[in-house]
Design a protein around this ligand. Structure first.
Ligand code: SF4
Length: 311
């Protein structure tokens, strides 16, 4: 049985590679995606890496193995290419927490304030921003913005805390309680319990974690930053406050070190929706094409372009 499955797996990978060549397609996969999908991707990373890859590609088709705002970003940067999602409803709940109305009201209440949005936002709100950022570049970008006025930032209030503390910026968060349900679920109690089990470890966390978790870490950063930190650190054991898939990935990247997720329940199910079978199907049928209205895409390209320039 195992041999049959293995042959099927190999056949699928060969078919995907062949379809990519035939259709001049590339696959972008987020670090939180399934390992089997990351293995066939042309670019793997967090939002920053995937945005760079989408901005540089000459492919005719982009298969985005991530969530909805990532696919929209690929469309915005590539209005003439076909962007396909392998699944229909890979919705990031965080990106839905900021509406155009809320952003419009905040802009009116704070005339002159610049708007920095976390990339985990939908294109229609990004179109109203001055710049976007990811966990990887939020601090240096925030330092260049705002002048003497507070910076408007949304939609994640935990990332807002990270920027306020790290970039020493006055920030108005919109909405004031937006959060990623996956990272926000990790509590300080979870972290304390995990430290009792593994006292000699260093703690790394994603900035979408709660402030009290961020305040008890050795390193806070993007998924790519966490991988770099753990590889370069003299430490050999790490507690990881992020999606459990990142701990799996870290074990592959640094096999001589040990990684423990702070909570085994920290899983972004939406990021795991694309399977190898769905990727193959997407290349064959092209059925879930992602689109963004032209006027929104044209406006959203400006803040995304500013981020790419500043990165
Ligand atoms: S981990 Fe959180 S922010 Fe990232 S896609 Fe999943 S729900 Fe959205």
């Amino acid at each position: 049985m195992r041999n049959v499955m293995s042959n099927e797996h190999i056949r699928r990978i060969e078919r995907i590679e062949s379809l990519k060549r035939e259709k001049n397609a590339i696959i972008l996969a987020h670090n939180y995606g399934r390992a089997e999908v990351r293995a066939v991707a042309d670019a793997v990373g967090g939002s920053s890496r995937l945005t760079e890859a989408a901005s540089e590609t000459s492919a005719d088709m982009i298969i985005v193995c991530g969530v909805d705002f990532m696919a929209e970003m690929a469309v915005v940067l590539n209005p003439d290419k076909k962007v396909i999602s392998p699944v229909r409803n890979a919705v990031c709940p965080l990106a839905r927490q900021l509406s155009r109305n809320d952003l419009d009201m905040a802009k009116k209440e704070n005339p002159g304030a610049e708007v920095l949005l976390y990339m985990n936002s939908l294109a229609d709100t990004i179109a109203m921003a001055d710049c976007v950022c990811t966990a990887a570049n939020a601090l240096p970008i925030a330092r260049t913005m705002g002048g003497d006025l507070p910076l408007l930032f949304g939609p994640d209030h935990n990332v807002s805390y990270y920027i306020r503390k790290g970039a020493k910026k006055e920030i108005i968060t919109i909405p004031d309680s937006g959060f990623c349900p996956v990272h926000h679920k990790i509590s300080l109690v979870d972290l304390i319990h995990a430290r009792e089990m593994h006292p000699a470890t260093q703690v790394v966390a994603h900035p979408e974690c709660r402030p009290e978790v961020q305040d008890h870490t050795d390193y806070i950063g993007s998924t790519g930053g966490i991988v770099r930190f753990c590889k370069e650190s003299d430490g050999t054991e790490f507690l990881v406050a992020a999606d459990v898939g990142l701990s799996d990935m870290l074990r592959d990247e640094a096999p001589d070190k040990t990684f423990y997720p702070v909570s085994e329940a920290t899983i972004c199910a939406r990021m795991k929706m694309p399977t190898l079978a769905k990727v193959e199907e997407a290349l064959v049928t092209e059925k879930f094409q992602v689109t963004v209205p032209k006027e929104i895409a044209d406006a959203a390209r400006i803040p995304i372009g500013r981020m790419l320039e500043l990165s």
